[in-house]
Design a protein around this ligand. Structure first.
Ligand code: EPU
Length: 416
């Protein structure tokens, strides 16, 4: 397992190119399964999760090629309607094959994902939604078996605007007979892109970007070329690095996808300027404590709360982070405290008492965003930090050590 060794304290400066969004490309790759033909996807981030999804698509029978951030998925010869446990347990987004395979082939077997490192993360909304469209769902030896000769449009109202369930129901309903209405739908930019891509393929979806999506089923979808939107979470992670340690500019990003987050950075004292596709930030000398509460889009993203906590751990006073999306997503706190942060957890509220400095230590990654937070912690810490289990970070950040190295961070990957 690889480790990162970081010698902290270097000022950083320079430019970073933001990669395509992990949480956009994964459902787009499964949307390609809806098409009897070849879909081309550009600006694909080279991630462990993208590679896992390629493995899954190949197991299902798709032909996939991936080179220089460009991917083609040919789903003309699908011959195995099953997502196996080994892959689904390592990447929950594998569940995204459920909707498209059911819609196109009338049957699919997908392993239940099981728990994740920060809680149960159920899939009941996906299953109830598909049942509403007429699917028969059963559980066999840890696998969900979904069958439907035809899917029929219906009204589906989610209890919570789940990103994954919205994506799965969208991909099922585009080929259903009649009209589907998804209420309390997710509005994340990644879902907006999925809707736009499906429409470009020939689907009929309206209400895009609102919490009510209307889908009129069509008979078939066509091959298209897609450009993946920039990764707003990767961008947010580098913006925090800049606010902590130096003057940096992010290229190929979309500031509109980060408005709430950028407002919070400004409250903390950041000097930020942006164009349509770039953002520049300067190091903050004295960080104001700022409380954040994670919300669904356009609120503060749960995928940036761990990184925000590192930022606040060296602020001038006390602040809090409340996660309303995942109540248990706090495995980074004990690791950040090992670096000298002073963070206490009370249910889903972390209280952070700003300290003067962090000090290097051995720490362990527990999930994608927790590991990003540990790298940020290591960059500001005095001395050496050793971060183990970096495969978590490789799941979601393209070339992270090269990008940080180019900014002047002393970071080395050790293969053991
Ligand atoms: N939920 C249910 N039942 C369901 C589905 C969701 O109760 O059937 C609950 C979840 O337990 C959670 C809330 O609804 O409390 C939101 O979950 P959601 O379904 O929106 O999350 P997801 O689709 O599983 C995606 C991202 C996550 C991101 C969340 C929230 C992908 C591949 N993953 O997960 O990204 O945190 O939306 O924005 O898009 C990450 O990138 O590190 C990551 C975890």
């Amino acid at each position: 397992m690889d480790k990162f060794i970081v010698n902290g304290g270097n000022q950083i400066s320079g430019k970073v190119d933001i990669s395509g969004a992990k949480n956009a490309v994964l459902p787009l790759m499964t949307a390609a399964l809806l098409v009897d033909g070849k879909t081309t996807i550009n600006s694909v981030p080279d991630l462990r999760d993208t590679r896992t999804m390629i493995r899954l698509l190949k197991i299902i029978g798709a032909e996939v090629s991936f080179e220089a951030n460009s991917m083609s998925v040919n789903a003309s010869n699908i011959n195995n309607l099953e997502a196996p446990y080994d892959l689904v347990k390592t990447m929950r987004a594998s569940f995204y094959v459920l909707g498209p395979l059911l819609a196109r082939f009338g049957e699919v077997r997908v392993s239940l994902p099981g728990g994740c490192s920060w809680g149960p993360r159920p899939v009941d909304f996906h299953l109830k939604g598909l049942e509403k469209l007429g699917a028969k769902i059963s559980l066999e030896s840890g696998y969900i078996l979904a069958k439907a000769k035809h899917l029929y449009g219906n009204r589906i109202c989610f209890d919570f605007p789940s990103v994954g369930a919205t994506g799965n129901i969208l991909m099922a309903s585009v080929l259903a007979i009649g009209e589907t209405c998804i209420e309390n739908a997710a509005k994340e930019p990644e879902i907006v892109q999925l809707c736009e891509v499906l429409n470009d393929m020939g689907a009929s979806i309206s209400g895009i970007g609102t919490d009510k999506l209307i889908i009129n089923g069509v008979d078939k979808l066509d091959s298209i070329d897609i450009d993946v939107i920039p990764d707003r979470i990767e961008a947010g992670t580098y913006l925090i690095a800049g606010a902590l340690m130096g003057d940096i500019t992010l290229n190929n990003c979309n500031p509109k996808h980060l408005e709430d987050f950028i407002d919070k950075l400004k409250l903390a004292g950041a000097n930020i300027s942006s164009t349509e596709n770039s953002i520049s930030i300067n190091k903050i000398d004295s960080i104001n404590p700022v409380d954040v509460t994670t919300e669904v889009y356009p609120g503060f993203p749960t995928d940036l709360q761990a990184q925000w906590m590192v930022f606040m751990s060296v602020a001038n006073g006390r602040s809090s982070v409340i996660d309303t999306v995942y109540h248990d997503r706090f495995t980074h706190i004990p690791e950040l405290n090992r670096l000298g942060a002073d963070i206490r957890l009370n249910e889903n509220k972390a209280e952070i008492n700003g300290v003067k400095k962090l000090i290097g230590a051995q720490v362990m990654s527990t999930d994608i965003r927790a590991s990003a937070a540990l790298i940020l912690g290591a960059i500001i810490a005095q001395g050496k930090t050793e971060i183990s289990r970096v495969y978590h970070i490789d799941r979601g950040y393209d070339s992270i050590e090269n990008k940080f190295k180019s900014l002047g961070v002393d970071i080395v990957r050790i293969n053991e």
